[in-house]
Design a protein around this ligand. Structure first.
Ligand SMILES: [Zn+2]
Length: 307
């Protein structure tokens, strides 16, 4: 109890409040499986979305980001554009129950829906930028038609923000995954949500850790194309970029504390090697201290309860 108080103080000193938190929700069209590399996390079936959202709302969190796990997949990831797809149904359900009290953000990509796990349409093993962009715009539009307040394109295709802005107009805001770095830290998420198991090399379209200038350039480009908010992902080893973005751009900056960061802290905490409670508080405090206006984290619920 005393320690919990210390962690609450750490968070308060960093200026972290519940409105900074975005809680990820995995919605699965088929019976959800456990997430072995993300202990404590589980996908929810469509029928369980409202009760999951109620827990989140009860903790004082007002924003969620929805990731879909479709019932069936194909080469092109066509289920992603289905007006009755898993995300579209989940959004309609949340909006019908919670209305404007919950801000619904949707992940816009194809990698959970196709067989390759790549963030785009493949031609001879290579991701084709322009056809993918057209598809992403269709996906975003279908999410907005279902009631999404914010669409979050995460495919890192050139021109995706412009195409989505044209498709959704002013009906939704765009949170762009602008500085999404190629990383093995996404592996726990992928093992739970993708058809393809094992390593997927996305270095041809994601940013390299060694290219901070490219990360800044990607954010500037997305803002010029109409993004309302930009994101840096992962969080832990990239907070200098959050700070720079906050200083350089006049838009809100989000950071995603990704599945691998969650897994590291959970795994070491479960072995008694580090203090999990301390680290979830310290980590989110450091993100806020770096200037993040929005923090997507699998620890969001736990941390909200400390605030
Ligand atoms: Zn993707």
């Amino acid at each position: 109890m005393a320690l919990q108080h210390v962690h609450s103080e750490i968070l308060a000193m960093a200026g972290l409040r519940r409105e900074h938190l975005i809680c990820p929700v995995f919605v699965s069209e088929k019976a959800p499986e456990g997430m072995s590399a993300m202990p404590g996390m589980a996908a929810v079936p469509l029928g369980g979305v409202a009760s999951q959202l109620q827990q989140i709302a009860d903790a004082g969190i007002k924003s969620v980001i929805i990731f879909g796990i479709p019932g069936s997949r194909d080469v092109h990831g066509s289920a992603a554009v289905d007006g009755n797809g898993v995300v579209q149904q989940a959004v309609r359900e949340i909006k019908s129950v919670f209305g404007r009290s919950i801000n619904v953000i949707t992940d816009v990509c194809v990698c959970q829906y196709n067989l390759s796990g790549h963030c785009g349409l493949l031609q001879a093993g290579k991701v084709e930028n322009d056809p993918t962009v057209r598809m992403l715009a269709q996906i975003a539009k279908s999410h907005v038609d279902a009631g999404a307040d914010v669409v979050a394109p995460s495919a890192m295709m050139d021109g995706q923000v412009k195409a989505i802005r044209e498709a959704v107009g002013s009906r939704a805001r765009i949170l762009s995954y602008s500085a999404k770095h190629a990383s093995s830290l996404y592996a726990p998420f992928r093992s739970a949500a993708f058809a393809k198991k094992g390593k997927i090399d996305k270095a041809s379209y994601q940013v390299s850790y060694a290219s901070p200038r490219q990360a800044m350039r990607e954010m500037a480009l997305d803002i010029a194309e109409g993004a309302d908010m930009v994101m840096v992902k992962p969080g832990m080893a990239y907070l200098d970029l959050v700070k720079r973005a906050k200083e350089q751009f006049g838009v809100p900056v989000a950071v995603q504390n990704v599945s691998g960061e969650y897994a590291m802290i959970k795994a070491a905490g479960m072995r008694g090697w580090i203090d999990e409670e301390e680290w979830k508080a310290l980590l989110l405090a450091s993100m806020r201290r770096a200037g993040a206006d929005r923090i997507i984290s699998y620890f969001a619920l736990d941390v909200a309860r400390l605030l």
